[in-house]
Design a protein around this ligand. Structure first.
Ligand code: BES
Ligand code: MN
Ligand code: ZN
Length: 504
């Protein structure tokens, strides 16, 4: 599939499909009006018959309009014109993609990107249109057998139209950013959707090495178990003890800035399957714990995006990768392990393993880099799903300026986070009679106590934690699948960071 930006007239497109918006109460957008006039009122008469009112997300395909070169005209409901905001823009573009997918069109030109969205420029609109469209077009069927009917999309070329020729450079910039981000999102989705027997810690490490081979500015290093032992990563290693798959500690360094520029460091939970260990999880939906590496996947993907966009900054990605399974050698409730930081941890629940692998990764980062900021991503707690559901990632930070930037990046690109407190008051819930800290803090405030646990290892750094347990995948049914979040949020944050700090 190829994407383009162009500035032209809706009535003059020689394409298999032209896409135009209709507002509520049968009000045509400018480009719909132009087709209506050229075709002597076909759109008006269709609307009079009551087949298209312009409600948000509604679609209607028209064929063979008189005096129109395009084979089809797709009408897309945009809702009330004065309510046409970011959400409506995304919904209309998603609806268009869904309708387009169901046709035999080989190429299409969308005029939805011409419609005014308050406060948003053509660059934003093209980028968003691309992200929503590619999100719809994504398929994961590489694990289906040869006899499975391939749900291929016939579309080969999709062009987004901008109103003025002077909007073209901005549109092109949006296209470039949107393409890189959507490829990152697809990469993260693929890694997430792959089953645990394929996507093991070794597989993740191989994918990182591949990424390094593809990009000359990305250096990849994998620490093996023996090296982790030497470094004293007792918390991480205690989790992998119960698994037959060797743990991997993935390090990716992207240097796009000056050597002395402090890096943005990303740390992602790469738990390739979480059965809970001896504190084993119930059977229902346990398959979804293959998604417990989505933080790690988004770290690989974010580095890919940064490299593809050639951003003039330094970024480091670190992914502690392991499985969490029950076994004779596995962690047992009550076991006390020593982290790389020297802090001892009483493992009261072996299912709270994410924080165990992350704490050593965070200490590694503190000792080996001088980060500008550190951001970790983890499918860390069921409690975060209860608190925020699928819409927002949970955000925690010890630096309010960093939290603000992450929230703003998420708002801008439509991959939102919501801040929860990291107050010291919660630290008491993690006290242990036998060790420096317990790995669980009881039922209440589970997402917060998990973040507070991590904070004990990040006090010396400007740090933020994203709990993506609710946002990283869609749960249950035939809709099940990775969302690729928070790759867009991270990408936007890094783009903004490059715009502020980049040196070219
Ligand atoms: N990976 C899970 C968190 C999770 C659970 C994400 C369900 C999405 C859906 C994590 O390792 C875990 O098991 N957390 C426990 C922590 C508890 C034992 C304190 C949880 O949330 O139940
Ligand atoms: Mn767990
Ligand atoms: Zn987990």
């Amino acid at each position: 599939m190829e994407y383009f930006v162009k500035s032209g007239h809706s009535s003059k497109q020689r394409a298999a499909c032209v896409i135009v918006g209709i507002f509520s109460r049968r009000k045509p957008s400018a480009s719909a009006n132009e087709i209506d006039t050229a075709s002597a009122g076909v759109i008006s008469s269709v609307m009079r018959r009551g087949d298209m009112d312009g409600d948000i997300g509604q679609t209607l395909m028209l064929h063979a309009l008189p005096n129109i070169f395009a084979d089809r005209v797709l009408l897309v409901g945009c809702g009330r014109e004065r309510d046409f905001d970011e959400t409506a823009f995304r919904k209309a573009n998603a609806a268009a993609a869904r309708a387009l997918q169901a046709t035999g069109s080989i190429d299409a030109v969308s005029f939805l990107t011409e419609i005014e969205v308050k406060g948003r420029d053509p660059q934003w609109k093209i980028k968003q249109a691309l992200l929503t469209t590619t999100d719809r077009f994504y398929r994961f069927d590489r694990c289906k057998g040869d006899s499975a009917v391939p749900k291929t999309i016939k579309l080969e070329r999709l062009t987004f139209n901008v109103e003025r020729r002077s909007d073209l450079p901005a549109g092109e910039a949006g296209l470039r950013e949107g393409l890189a981000i959507s490829q990152g999102v697809a990469f993260a989705k693929d890694l997430g959707n792959l089953p645990g027997n394929i996507c093991t810690p070794t597989y993740l490490a191989d994918q990182a090495r591949e990424l390094g081979r593809r990009n000359s500015k990305v250096r990849v290093k994998i620490l093996e178990q023996a090296e982790m032992e030497k470094l004293g990563m007792g918390a991480l290693l205690s989790v992998s003890k119960g698994s037959r798959q060797p743990p991997k500690f993935i390090i990716m360094e992207y240097q796009g800035g000056k050597k002395e520029d402090k890096p943005v460091v990303l740390v992602g939970k790469g738990l390739t399957f979480d059965a809970g260990g001896i504190s084993i999880k119930p059977a229902a939906k346990m398959d979804e714990m293959k998604y417990d590496m989505c933080g790690g996947a988004s770290t690989l993907a974010a580095l890919q995006v940064v490299a593809d966009l050639d951003l003039p900054i330094n970024v480091v990605g670190v992914v502690p990768a392991s499985e969490n399974l029950p076994d004779g050698a596995a962690n047992k409730p009550g076991d006390i392990v020593k982290s790389m930081a020297g802090i001892t941890i009483e493992v009261l629940n072996t299912d709270a393993e994410g924080r165990l692998i992350l704490c050593d990764a965070l200490t590694y980062v503190e000792r080996n880099y001088d980060p500008e900021v550190v951001i970790d991503m983890a499918t860390l707690t069921g409690a975060c799903v209860v608190a925020l559901g699928p819409h927002a990632s949970g955000l925690f930070s010890n630096t309010s300026a960093l939290a603000r930037k992450l929230l703003a990046a998420g708002d801008e690109i439509g991959d939102r986070a919501w801040e929860l407190p990291l107050w010291e008051d919660y630290q008491d819930m993690l006290r242990s009679p036998f060790a420096d800290v317990a790995n669980v803090g009881g039922r209440d405030a589970g997402a917060i106590t998990a973040a507070c646990f991590l904070h004990r290892f990040t006090r010396k750094m400007r740090w933020a934690h994203l709990d993506i347990a609710g946002s990283a995948w869609i749960s249950g049914g035939m809709n099940k699948g990775s969302t690729g979040r928070p790759v867009p949020l991270l990408a936007q944050f890094l783009l903004n960071h490059a715009a502020r700090h980049g040196n070219d």
